[in-house]
Design a protein around this ligand. Structure first.
Ligand code: AMP
Ligand code: MN
Ligand code: MN
Ligand code: MN
Length: 268
């Protein structure tokens, strides 16, 4: 069986429309799919009337702050009409716009001007994220490629990595639960925490209502998968799997094999 519970459409920083994403999932024999855009559920309005054999699980990937560290939490099977969810989304929207203004200002010292206006011209969706700045830095020849844009200007510890006030970790867990969803800790190894800090994070995650953990996120070496399987069992969490797909040309392929996590309790 092939499942994918972490994907992005063009309503956040993905390249495909939700409809095209579903088409691609059909081609890849995906049986269960969640579109988990960053901090919004707009994709679900576009696909309300889409006919597909794939089981679609409404989802979202929230940006949160845990001890000043940016942590992503995926909410699966959320009620996209929930007032709790919609409130949280409108808060994040404002934070994201404020952050974009700050990033734009910071990028001026590297020779990037009027970034917000330029980004808005290039897209018809009103979410701005660091990938939009990366694209612009490359287009203007300030960074040679996307990787360098993150390494030099936007990634961890760089000028564009603005410490912003995303909803608190605990608050997001509460919102997901109140919206009827299952909270899943996204890509636990992406944050590059020490072992003990990662365990503290997972401890807090469980304490505040977290239920699942991504044992697979995109292409990942088998050692990492084994390590995360251990954590999943030790903390008595349910396993989730997802490609974190953003675009066909990028580093991941849509769809994950369930056989890779056999033996674990799963979120579905
Ligand atoms: P934001 O939600 O605006 O903070 O942007 C975060 C997004 O940028 C992530 O979801 C990734 O899609 C992308 N991203 C973050 N770090 C990197 C990186 N080092 N290289 C490439 N893409 C990245
Ligand atoms: Mn992304
Ligand atoms: Mn993420
Ligand atoms: Mn993601």
């Amino acid at each position: 069986m092939i499942v994918d519970l972490h994907t992005h459409s063009y309503y956040s920083d993905g390249s495909l429309s939700p409809k095209s994403l579903i088409k691609l999932a059909e081609q890849n024999a995906v049986e269960m799919l969640s579109i988990t855009d960053h901090d919004n559920v707009d994709a679900y309005h576009q696909i309300k009337t889409v006919q597909t054999k794939i089981k679609i699980i409404p989802g979202i990937e929230f940006s949160t702050s845990w001890n000043k560290i940016g942590i992503h939490i995926v909410g699966l099977n959320v009620d996209i009409q929930s007032g709790y969810l919609l409130n949280a989304i409108s808060y994040q929207k404002k934070i994201r716009l404020d952050r974009a203004e700050i990033i734009a200002k910071k990028m001026e010292k590297f020779g990037l001007y009027d970034a917000i206006e330029k980004i808005k011209l290039g897209k018809n969706v009103n979410q701005i994220g660091r990938p939009d700045f990366a694209q612009l830095l490359v287009a203007e020849g300030i960074a040679k490629d996307w990787n360098q844009a993150f390494k030099k200007y936007l990634g961890s510890g760089r000028a564009g990595d603005v410490k912003n006030d995303w909803l608190d970790f605990k608050a997001v867990l509460k919102v997901i639960k109140l919206s009827g969803g299952v909270p899943v800790l996204a890509h636990p190894l992406y944050y590059k925490l020490t072992n003990s800090k990662l365990k503290r994070l997972i401890h807090d995650f469980k304490l505040y209502g977290g239920e699942g953990i991504e044992v697979i996120n995109g292409f990942q070496n088998p050692q990492k998968t084994e390590y995360l399987k251990g954590i999943c069992t030790d903390f008595d969490l349910k396993a989730s799997i997802g490609s974190d797909f953003h675009a066909p040309s990028k580093w991941t392929k849509l769809g994950c094999k369930v056989s890779l996590i056999s033996g674990l309790k799963t979120v579905w």
